[in-house]
Write a protein that binds this ligand. Structure first.
Ligand SMILES: [Zn+2]
Length: 480
């Protein structure tokens, strides 16, 4: 694709043409963050509009376990950041390149390639805290505001250009074609001062949240070594946040004297990495690969490798062998709700619905907030023709998680199975609205309105919600 190569050239240029500059002892602060010309609400809206495109892209990894893990680590860091209450959302992009990027409004994307190259949770955390710092210091808002002042483009086009500059995945390529933002994107790269500030604040976040700060220069060096191997095809993280010797030296200087911290990785770090590997490629080949690594004892965590093996076997449709391998995994006595969910899923896949439901219930007792367990439980209840129970369970979950679109989607399926058409379309409408699809939500409410099987209160509640969403839709069309 032509635009892609132009983009790559522009980004590579910004990395290698960075002028040598004497290292100042103390750089001035980048100014009062409140002076940013766009408001946090505008930033959030821009971020949401970009996220709608990202979520619709096949490269967006819609996997609850991976997302929950990233958000657990990410929010632990956010809690120690200058903006601990700021809304953040961490998500994974299926892409082998090593990259992470922050969008306006606190959305932070991580490529699967970066998760796989990180050798410890602290290394992953060092990248996330750097991205969090770009957000809390409103670097993106300033770049946008600067461009806007120069009258170069609309905010929406700029936001998409930001996405293109942050991520080299096909998502941004598709977006950029629509926005004609290619010409300006090269001016949207973070400056060296932005990078320095993100490193400085990122280190503070890393330290305060209990990770090992020495992981940051180690990870930078790993990336730099990777550049030499890839030569012209440098990992994208280097292009969007150029790692220079100066930056590494700067970070090393800052952490001098801070003792190493032995931070044991959460088992979920290894499980998520195994999960990402297990979801790729031909499932039989992937299973064979896990098996070989286990036999040759070439794995950093046997439990994680066996976890990946079971996923690959389930993907291959070999539920009998998946059950045998799961039993071996369980003998290792490693506790994680991710393993609980996989155990229940394996039972269900081999046709043992009641045993699967019992396993989900047991997992939920230990971890009631775990989404994968809740989704799996409701889904299995519906398959077991116990949709009424599924609806009751989901309704109670929605009391505390009323912004969870998947719960509404499952509730809609439950209502459909019990023949409640108005409630089915009403629930589906909420699920669409939460995913940012207002048009679809309005259509579903109109269907619900005509279903004719609800009582007076349900009918008026549908009509009130319809009015609300129509107004919201008009407002969002008025403000691009
Ligand atoms: Zn950066």
């Amino acid at each position: 694709m032509k635009i892609r190569s132009v983009l790559a050239a522009a980004l590579a240029f910004s990395t290698f043409a960075a002028p040598a500059r004497a290292m100042a002892d103390e750089l001035p602060d980048l100014g009062d963050v409140s002076q940013a010309a766009i408001t946090p609400a505008q930033e959030r809206r821009l971020g949401e509009s970009i996220m709608r495109q990202i979520r619709a892209d096949p490269a967006y990894l819609d996997d609850v376990e991976v997302a929950d893990y990233l958000n657990t680590v990410g929010n632990r860091l956010v809690g120690s950041s200058p903006d601990p209450a700021g809304p953040f959302e961490f998500f994974c992009i299926r892409d082998n390149s090593v990259n992470a990027f922050a969008l306006p409004g606190g959305f932070v994307g991580v490529h699967s390639g970066l998760l796989l190259i990180a050798q410890s949770e602290s290394e992953l955390a060092s990248v996330l805290s750097h991205e969090i710092a770009h957000v809390t210091q409103h670097h993106i808002a300033r770049l946008i505001a600067g461009q806007q002042k120069a009258g170069l483009a609309s905010m929406a086009a700029l936001a998409i250009a930001i996405l293109a500059a942050r991520s080299n995945s096909d998502i941004s390529q598709a977006a950029i074609l629509g926005a004609q933002a290619g010409m300006i994107q090269s001016q949207l790269n973070f400056t060296r001062e932005h990078e320095r500030e993100a490193d400085r604040i990122g280190l503070q976040i890393l330290d305060k949240s209990g990770f090992d700060v020495h992981a940051m220069p180690v990870f930078f060096e790993r990336l730099q070594k990777a550049t030499r191997v890839y030569e012209s095809n440098a990992p994208s993280y280097l292009r969007t946040h150029p790692v220079t010797y100066e930056r590494i030296a700067d970070v090393q200087g800052r952490i001098q004297g801070i003792p190493y911290r032995q931070v044991p990785d959460d088992i979920d770090f290894q499980l998520v990495r195994a999960r990402l590997t297990a979801m790729e490629g031909n499932p039989r080949d992937t299973a064979a690969n896990f098996m070989r690594l286990i036999n040759e004892r070439k794995v950093s965590s046997e439990a994680a490798a066996r976890y990946g093996l079971v996923i690959a076997l389930l993907r291959a449709g070999d539920s009998a062998r998946a059950r045998r391998e799961l039993a071996l995994l369980q003998t290792l006595k490693v506790r994680s709700p991710m393993i609980d969910a996989l155990a229940a899923q394996t039972l269900v896949a081999s046709g043992e619905l009641e045993k699967g439901l019992a396993a989900y219930r047991e997992g939920l007792r230990a971890n009631p907030g775990r989404r994968a367990l809740a989704y799996g439980y409701a889904d299995t209840l519906i398959s077991a023709k116990r949709a009424g129970e599924a609806v009751d369970f989901l309704t109670s979950k929605l009391e505390s998680r009323n912004s969870d679109s998947r719960l509404y989607e499952l509730q809609a399926r439950g209502y459909a199975a019990t023949g409640k058409r108005m409630l089915q379309h009403r629930a589906l409408a909420e699920s669409y609205a939460l995913r940012g699809n207002l048009t679809g939500a309005i259509e579903q409410l109109q269907i619900a309105q005509k279903a004719g099987d609800g009582d007076f209160y349900q009918q008026s509640s549908v009509e009130a919600r319809l009015k609300e969403l129509v107004a919201l839709d008009m407002e969002s069309r008025a403000k691009p």
